[in-house]
Design a binder for this molecule. Structure first.
Ligand code: NOJ
Length: 514
């Protein structure tokens, strides 16, 4: 069962590099996050996910960890992070750190030791073949870097050697089984990292590439799932309130091996893309929230979502997200008015939603040069736009020194423009989150049932005793619905018309009916 506090939680994801720089060095820091906790709370978010903020050579933006227990000096000190936990808790905000259990940086001392020719405590911490230049048939490998006469397996980039959790199916002599003492030692080392941060006040972890641990796993990921079940047993005993969200994108598996939440990621397959950017079989964007989409169809999203939801609703939560540091911002394809409806949907669905910093003001996806292994992802990692001031309020530093340039468009959205404008996207997000916190039926647990899904009708779903109805298009839409005794308690766009058993929604509108 998921941690109880998740019932009414909305996460705010912070890419620490780009949130707020308080010492003028051009890069965000913990002090910046601390100083914006009131902003985050007032927006309606009551939990954070902070991307990796640990010591790292930053060849993959910090997903290449060099020291799991030390924060990167560019963000502050460990004490600053402990203080962040404390102050956040005083404000009712929980904090998840990013755990990267599948790989380290090639500069991690474990790896340095593992690559030595003489056998030592860390020889089996990574996955080494038994030949100085031959690799593995199915997994990427590197040779020629270390004195040890073997090649080693990678988990992602070249700088990220895979940690050894063993193989579920062993095919070659050098492959260790998943119950090999060295594989168990890796798992225990990761539990030790988790204990370290949890005992300093963090509330849990977003788990990077959670499905990647045991190699040659079966379809059900039995090997990797067993690792997570073991981790969960430790958490249940020692930190029963800790929450884990998986980067797995297979809720049916992740929510059954100890994760409280699993992301519904934009993988181009499960249907998330059909909400925001859908060119499937067409030159025209047919995404559900695009005003002029000729062939929108919410069933393309519901196909996977309902299947996962029905199967997992008693095990944990599916997390829908505005986007994340790996994906293109939704503003890339949706206008601010379209975004309002998309967020209306996202924040009234079951599970635990995640808002990526800046999406609340409609920050753009920018064409930026690659930074820290970001490739196309860099465009979603630009500095937060706080105000009209220097560097849009992100930093007092020289513009040339910034981690990434700020949006230079004249109409770059900012918090200060939107915060007091009741019609702004930011205000809509704030109103939606306030409504979610007020209405238990809009929170994580209340039942979800799709009521009207056919193209050409409003999309209507039931949450507990409430109905939510959406018309993203440019024409009014009507349909029959059980409206007896119902009234509208919240609307985006023009209010709906309820007449007898007919519900009519104005173009580009959203409403919640009680
Ligand atoms: C997923 C993370 O979200 C991404 O940013 C990173 O590059 C890879 N995992 C490798 O850790």
């Amino acid at each position: 069962m998921a941690a109880k506090w998740l019932k009414d939680t909305v996460f705010y994801e912070i890419y620490p590099q780009s949130f707020l720089d308080t010492n003028g060095d051009g890069i965000g820091d913990f002090e910046g996050i601390i100083s914006k906790l009131d902003y985050i709370r007032d927006l309606g978010c009551n939990a954070l996910w902070i991307n990796p903020c640990f010591d790292s050579p930053f060849k993959d933006a910090g997903y290449d960890v060099r020291d799991y227990k030390k924060v990167a000096p560019r963000y502050g000190t460990n004490e600053d992070l402990y203080r962040l936990f404390r102050i956040a808790h005083e404000k009712g905000i929980r904090v998840l750190l990013d755990l990267v259990p599948g790989h380290t940086s090639e500069e991690h001392p474990w790896f340095q030791a593992s690559g030595k020719a003489e056998k030592n405590e860390y020889s089996g911490r990574y996955i080494w073949t038994d030949h100085w230049f031959l690799g593995c048939r199915k997994l990427p490998y590197i040779g020629g870097e270390c004195e040890r006469p073997g090649t080693y397996i990678l988990n992602f980039f070249k700088c990220q050697p895979a940690l050894n959790y063993g193989f579920h199916t062993v095919e070659e002599n050098w492959q260790m089984r998943e119950d090999h003492p060295d594989a168990i030692a890796t798992r225990e080392a990761m539990k030790d990292v988790m204990r370290f941060w949890l005992s300093h006040g963090c509330d849990g972890f977003r788990v990077d590439m959670a499905a990647s641990l045991v190699k040659y796993d079966d379809e059900k990921k039995s090997g990797t799932s067993a690792v997570w079940r073991n981790v969960r047993e430790m958490l249940d005993r020692e930190f029963p309130d800790a929450a884990l969200v998986a980067e797995w994108n297979e809720a049916k598996l992740a929510l059954r091996c100890g994760f409280d939440m699993d992301f519904f990621l934009n993988d181009g397959v499960n249907g998330y893309h059909t909400l925001v950017r859908d060119y499937e079989g067409s030159d025209i964007d047919n995404s559900f929230f695009k005003k002029d989409a000729p062939n929108r169809d919410i069933r393309r999203f519901l196909r996977t979502y309902e299947d996962w939801y029905t199967d997992t609703k008693d095990c944990g939560y599916i997390s829908l997200l505005t986007c994340n540091h790996d994906t293109v911002r939704p503003r890339y394809s949706l206008t601010p008015d379209e975004l309002k409806l998309f967020y209306g949907f996202l924040f009234t669905m079951p599970g635990v939603p995640f808002l990526y910093y800046g999406d609340e003001i409609g920050m753009r996806y920018l064409p930026l040069p690659i930074k820290e292994g970001g490739y196309f992802r860099t465009g979603s990692r630009s500095p937060m736009q706080w105000s009209e001031g220097k560097n849009l309020g992100f930093s007092e530093g020289d513009p040339q020194s910034l981690y990434l340039p700020v949006d230079s468009a004249e109409d770059a959205p900012t918090v200060s423009q939107q915060v007091n404008d009741p019609a702004s996207l930011l205000s809509t997000v704030r109103d939606l989150l306030a409504l979610r916190h007020k209405e238990e039926d809009l929170q994580a647990d209340a039942d979800f049932e799709a009521v009207s899904v056919l193209p050409g009708r409003p999309f209507i779903y039931r949450r507990g005793a409430l109905l939510v109805a959406i018309n993203p298009g440019s024409e009014p839409l009507s349909c029959r619905a059980d409206l007896s005794g119902r009234q509208c308690i919240y609307a985006i766009g023009s209010a709906p018309v309820l007449s007898g058993d007919t519900l009519t929604l104005a173009p580009q509108s959203f409403c919640v009916l009680r």
